[in-house]
Design a protein around this ligand. Structure first.
Ligand SMILES: O[C@@H]1[C@@H](O)[C@H](O[C@@H]2CO[C@@H](O[C@@H]3CO[C@@H](O)[C@H](O)[C@H]3O)[C@H](O)[C@H]2O)OC[C@H]1O
Length: 472
């Protein structure tokens, strides 16, 4: 059933409106620190594991991880919740090697094809999301470049390679009707605000020359929050929807105040959502919320406070869904599966992976090195010195570096220090946990990510299901 954009709506072949509701399969074909449990970036841990246990064993482990992370039981469970779409983030490195550019790795399709088919067999649409492009299209760890400069925007060849990759993907998937569409770049942070629009023009033409049918979902600049420099660009693009990422600070440990759903807070929730979609609303364009959702407290770290904290987070979630339902918005919550911070399902604490890494994960948590959404209370004083130093030496007029204001000065200084600098020192330590394991043990560690080895976040899943039922 192929879908298309009609005005502000997504419709099926008969022109009937379809509201896409689902989740992102983050941490899978683009592994991420807080989702999969490692420090730093995926390219770093893949390299370190190869060094620690040899290339063959390392590849065996990662292949098993990719297989177990999403299987038939996941698709069955997902569709039983009344959800109908999964966003599939992937890393360009599965398809192209930096040391062998523009040579397609057919192996990249192995698990992507498998999961698309599994989803289709359970009536679940998929959206292909290039989460990690050559050079890094944003300043954060999830674009897997190891630093904080988004070099994608300053090196034309990174962009050319990405166009090349989308041509290959469009060729491969052009006749697959269960794919709802392509999301060519996750969360761009282009400091000029214009290169992103130029790049979208190029990638639109390249895809359309091969695949005239699938929807293209374009993220706004600055982590999918800002379309203010897009001007009239949409007039050159057809069958295109525009993606916001609607994270609310109220759903995070760094919330400015306790969320009690008062009038002012509800207004703030709505205002921040409306601001992101302003450009589309002024032009009657189709909006998709490609990422959103609170993070959750964990008993092993947050103790007795866990339930109370999570009740508040669920309230934020419900209030966001109420707003979305009023607009009949299509959305994809972040995150289907992880090790316990945000996922709809999460790896059980007694599995081989979680027991092997128990104290390592506790250390990561204490050091707050997975900076996004982290509670940095334990290490705040350490970084305060660095922050004070920068404030003392850098005049106020030079402090607000892009992506300011989304990243404030304190975010920049402390997050980069933890997420990039300190994390790097822990990469080898993570890999060394696997030393001496045979294939059977590696298989068992990877199997910790199977649906059957996971707990369900029942509160979250119920809210999603109820909300999906409320508006059909
Ligand atoms: O892979 C995902 C990634 O796509 C996602 O990226 C972050 C999105 O949020 C950004 O900051 C938010 C900006 O809006 C404010 O209102 C929120 O409070 C901030 O959290 C952040 O910098 C991006 O990295 O996040 C999760 C990853 O797993």
């Amino acid at each position: 059933m192929s879908l298309k954009v009609s005005g502000t709506k997504i419709v099926d072949e008969e022109g009937k409106e379809i509201i896409l509701r689902g989740a992102g399969l983050g941490g899978w074909m683009n592994m991420e620190n807080f989702i999969s449990g490692y420090p730093g970036c995926e390219f770093q841990i893949r390299h370190a594991l190869g060094e620690a246990i040899g290339q063959e064993k390392s590849e065996f482990f990662f292949d098993k991880f990719l297989e177990y992370f999403f299987m038939e039981s996941d698709a069955k469970f997902f569709s039983s919740l009344g959800l109908n779409c999964i966003r599939l983030p992937f890393n360009y490195r599965h398809f192209e090697d930096d040391m062998n550019p523009r040579v397609l790795k057919e192996s990249g399709f192995k698990h992507l094809d498998r999961v698309i088919e599994l989803c289709a067999s359970h009536n679940i649409h998929t959206i292909l999301d290039l989460h990690t492009a050559p050079g890094g299209q944003n300043t954060d760890w999830h674009s897997d470049h190891g630093g904080h400069i988004a070099n994608f925007w300053v090196h034309k060849d990174h962009q050319d390679r990405t166009i090349w990759l989308w041509e290959k993907l469009a060729e491969h998937y052009k006749s697959n009707k269960w794919i709802a569409g392509y999301n060519p770049l996750n969360e761009p942070t282009d400091p000029t605000h214009t290169r992103v629009v130029d790049f979208y023009g190029r990638v639109h033409s390249a895809i359309r020359a091969i695949d005239p049918n699938h929807i293209i979902f374009f993220d706004g600049n600055t982590f999918a929050s800002d379309f203010s420099h897009f001007g009239d660009a949409h007039k050159n693009w057809d069958n295109t929807a525009y993606s916001i990422h609607d994270y609310s600070l109220f759903g995070f440990p760094a919330a400015p105040e306790e969320y009690v759903a008062n009038e002012q807070q509800l207004r703030r929730l709505r205002r921040s959502y409306e601001k992101k979609r302003e450009w589309m609303d002024e032009r009657g364009l189709c909006v998709w919320n490609g990422e959103w959702g609170p993070v959750y407290a964990r008993k092993q770290y947050d103790g007795e406070a866990t339930e109370k904290i999570n009740e508040v987070r669920y309230q934020v979630l419900k209030d966001q869904l109420d707003i979305y339902n009023q607009d009949r918005l299509s959305w994809s919550i972040w995150l289907y599966k992880d090790i316990g911070f945000q996922g709809m399902v999460y790896v059980d604490l007694e599995t081989p992976y979680m027991t092997l890494f128990r104290s390592f994960l506790a250390k990561k948590h204490r050091l707050a090195i997975d900076a996004w959404g982290a509670d940095d209370t334990a290490v705040k004083p350490v970084y305060q010195h660095l922050l004070d130093h920068v404030v003392e030496e850098v005049p106020a007029s030079y402090r607000d570096l892009y992506p300011h204001p989304v990243w404030r000065l304190s975010d920049r200084v402390t997050r980069l220090a933890r997420n990039i600098l300190v994390s790097e020192f822990l990469v080898k330590e993570w890999a060394d946990h696997f030393v001496g394991k045979d294939l059977e043990e590696l298989d068992a560690i990877a199997a910790s990510f199977k649906y059957e080895a996971c707990q369900k976040r029942e509160g979250l899943n119920k809210i999603l299901t109820d909300s999906a039922k409320a508006v059909v």
